[in-house]
Design a protein around this ligand. Structure first.
Ligand code: AMP
Ligand code: GLY
Length: 421
């Protein structure tokens, strides 16, 4: 089988690494891929947004299966275009991708199908939104409706901050059309966890639970990033909580989507806050989490391609996933300055030495290969991923590998996984 993976991050490297282990797979392409994927797969220089060119490539190269990494092409309708051309692709249709593409759509679905989430109001008028803020006393969260590169959610501790957020989003149109509507919701308190599941439109198969570390600094301080590290499984989600999340959040969402005539086929990822009143949904994504999936796939013993085909063929009910008992930790090494501005082109050393340690994999994200050199080429540069017999062992092993790698002005969090204690 020939497989095309769309994207260039740590998630896509991890997917390609896992897909390569499948006996069904003969050749792997990544569009556009990164400095790590080019060593075992073929990188194709096509942008993830260029849906027509991607479909042309899949057609001309007789790709048997395309796996989409990031949300952008899904929300832009890549799955519909591939299906129109009879090309097999894994991911939700453009309609179903609204679960991530529109937070208003997602919240309305949650309300309609009794899916636990924070209480909320929707506004399309900034004056009314500000009036609502004036009447409220509690801390609030303001969210732009559409995709905003992870920057459209502002957790506000005071009214001034909330008014400012509404102004930035709705009047100054900081995120363009994505800010035509806002959600104002109750601020939830608790630990966050990620539940990522496969759905064939009817049945779901949840992966092992994981926990991301979104903020840039240790102790969850500073601005949000795409994610600075993750580990799996997490004690924050015990068996009972896991079953609750799968039944009351994942399954209800898939069923709701089916009833709405938008069968959800692909990856459904729920960001969930474990509050005193039980788990509540923060958001949905329609793709694998990054870095979460980097800390999940090294524990997966089953064939991912087989699971993906099961999802596409509608027989997930017959599938099971086998997991290793080990714990996996992924530490993201980033360019100093990220999530703000940073410089590219720094030479990275120590990757081979780190990879030679037992139970360590280095997933590349923002890297490129130039001759024999690997250079930085993005905010999140590498995901150093290690397995251990428990969380303590996994943390020790992973940081041992992290310390072998270096590049100018690198940055990483020193506390990945400590939330488990
Ligand atoms: P979202 O894109 O909706 O997941 O929001 C990004 C981040 O904002 C989440 O991972 C949470 O850390 C935070 N967040 C979103 N909604 C809430 C909420 N209602 N209460 C507290 N934090 C929130
Ligand atoms: N790690 C958060 C995300 O993938 O959205």
């Amino acid at each position: 089988m020939k497989v095309l993976i769309i994207g260039s991050g740590g998630r896509e490297h991890a997917l390609a690494w896992k897909v390569k282990q499948s006996e069904q797979v003969r050749q792997i392409f990544l569009a556009p891929g990164n400095g790590g994927t080019t060593t075992f797969a073929e990188n194709v220089p096509i942008n993830v947004k260029d849906i027509q060119k991607l479909a042309d490539f899949a057609n001309q190269n007789e790709i048997d299966l395309t796996i989409v990494g990031p949300e952008m092409p899904l929300v832009a309708g890549i799955v519909d275009e591939f299906k129109k051309r009879n090309l097999r692709i894994f991911g939700p249709s453009q309609n179903a991708a609204l679960l991530e593409g529109s937070k208003v759509f997602a919240k309305e679905l949650m309300a309609k199908y009794d899916i636990p989430t924070a209480s909320f109001r929707i506004f399309d008028n900034p004056d009314k939104a500000v009036k609502f803020v004036e009447l409220k006393n509690c801390p609030m969260v303001i969210k732009a409706d559409g995709l905003a590169a992870g920057k459209g959610v502002i957790v506000c501790d005071g009214k001034g901050q909330a008014r400012q957020a509404i102004k930035e989003i709705m009047i100054k149109e900081k995120f363009g059309d994505a800010g035509k509507k806002v959600i104002i919701e109750e601020k939830l308190i608790g630990q966050e966890a990620s539940i990522i599941a496969l759905s064939d439109g009817e049945n779901v198969l949840a992966l092992t639970p994981s926990q991301d570390h979104k903020q840039i600094y240790d102790g969850d301080k500073g601005p949000n990033t795409g994610g600075m590290g993750a580990y799996s499984p997490t004690p924050v989600v015990d068996r009972e909580i896991f079953n609750y999340c799968v039944d009351k959040i994942i399954k209800r969402t898939v069923l709701g989507m089916k009833k709405e005539g938008m069968r959800f086929q692909g990856v459904l990822y729920a960001g969930i806050m474990m509050t005193e009143d039980g788990p509540k949904t923060l958001e949905f994504n329609v793709r694998f989490g990054d870095p979460e999936i980097q800390a999940i796939l090294p524990r997966m013993k089953s064939d991912l391609v087989d699971l993906i085909l099961g999802t596409l063929e509608g027989n997930l009910a017959d599938k099971k996933i086998e997991w290793s008992d080990k714990t996996c930790v992924c530490v993201v090494m980033s360019s100093g300055g990220y999530p703000g501005s940073y410089e590219n082109g720094k030479e990275i050393s120590g990757i081979k030495e780190a990879e030679s340690l037992d139970d360590i994999v280095v997933f590349h994200a923002g890297t490129k290969k130039e001759g024999q050199k690997i250079l930085t080429n993005g905010g999140r540069v590498l995901g150093i991923t290690g397995l251990g017999k428990d969380i303590k062992g996994a943390i020790e092993r992973t940081y041992k590998a992290v310390k072998i790698i270096s590049f100018d002005n690198m940055y990483y969090r020193k506390d990945i996984g400590l939330k488990a204690f």
